[in-house]
Design a protein around this ligand. Structure first.
Ligand code: ADP
Ligand code: MG
Length: 280
């Protein structure tokens, strides 16, 4: 892809105008952008390159082919000596993180809808061998401002493209969502994402982090023992099914964790009828 772009000598600035900043992360800034000569709006994620990193052509091919309603689409990629420009589907509904903060916690129906959409997107990615690796509420974005807006998975695979050697990466950006096998540098399968889903479900329903601790080393210790509790103060009104799902995700043994497909069939997540029953 890189070769293709360099042969055609198309530069990001030739095709898009960069607009206002939408957000930023560790090594990237996301801007709104406009396709020149049209009214099309996209998001441009500008990633600062680390030395000696090139786009992995095979990877980018897979990411460009991803098409699912719960996943932010990647439209095209540009490369310059110092940056990658990723042109992404633009969404305007903000981060799940902000909705959690403003609402305190989600009711069960909202939480299960949110988790179902997350699992739908994740099953699709996992079927294609794509592991997200950094699932957390900041990386889940709403399509628009409406309460019933679609939830979309963002920030997947991109860091891997810009930094293909997974093992040299710092363990993870946000330890609170990180699976035990990742902390131990012992695993890198799709199950690591399922652990994060368990943490996200816990936060949506309980309103606090399952492995919260004052410092990182205490947090690691708690994660490595899967040590969390459903504090009665916050969990007494929450269904057994919701807790059951979390208990099948926050499992130390990665092989014993539910897969995305299995979690979608769990009664708390499953079909509408099942869900109404299980929330009763
Ligand atoms: P990083 O890898 O640096 O965490 P992200 O891809 O998560 O970068 O983007 C950082 C922030 O930018 C997100 O949390 C979100 O607020 C915003 N953002 C990212 N992608 C989009 C998008 N497609 N549309 C709108 N805002 C976005
Ligand atoms: Mg992010």
């Amino acid at each position: 892809y890189w070769l293709y772009e360099s042969i055609k000598d198309i530069r990001f600035e030739d095709v898009y105008d960069l607009g206002k900043e939408l957000g930023k992360g560790g090594t990237s800034v996301v801007h709104e952008c406009n396709r020149i000569g049209s009214s099309e709006k996209w998001a441009a994620k500008v990633i600062q390159k680390k030395v000696d990193k090139r786009i992995v052509t095979a990877e980018i091919g897979i990411l460009l082919s991803v098409s699912h309603e719960n996943i932010i689409r990647l439209k095209e990629v540009f490369e310059t000596p110092n940056h990658f420009f990723m042109v992404l589907e633009l969404v305007t509904g903000g981060e799940l993180f902000d909705r959690i903060v403003s609402r305190g916690s989600y009711n069960e129906k909202d939480a299960s809808q949110c988790i179902r959409q997350l699992l739908d997107g994740l099953r699709y990615l996992h079927e294609r061998g794509i592991i997200h690796r950094d699932l957390k509420p900041e990386n889940l974005l709403y399509e628009d401002e409406r309460e019933e807006a679609k939830l979309k998975i963002a920030d997947f695979g991109l860091s891997k493209i810009a930094d293909s050697d997974v093992h040299t990466r710092s363990v993870c950006g946000t330890p609170g969502y990180c699976a035990p096998e990742v902390l131990l540098r012992r695993g890198c399968g799709t199950a690591m994402d399922m652990w994060s889903v368990g943490v996200i479900a816990f936060i949506l329903l309980g309103g606090y982090e399952p492995f919260y601790a004052d410092n990182d080393s205490d947090m690691y210790r708690r994660i490595l023992r899967a040590q969390y509790t459903f504090d009665q103060r916050w969990w007494s009104g929450i269904s057994k099914n919701a807790r059951d799902l979390i208990e099948r995700l926050l499992v130390l043994d990665a092989d014993a964790r539910l897969t995305a497909g299995q979690a979608l069939r769990h009664p708390w997540v499953g079909g509408l009828a099942a869900r109404e029953d299980s929330l009763a």
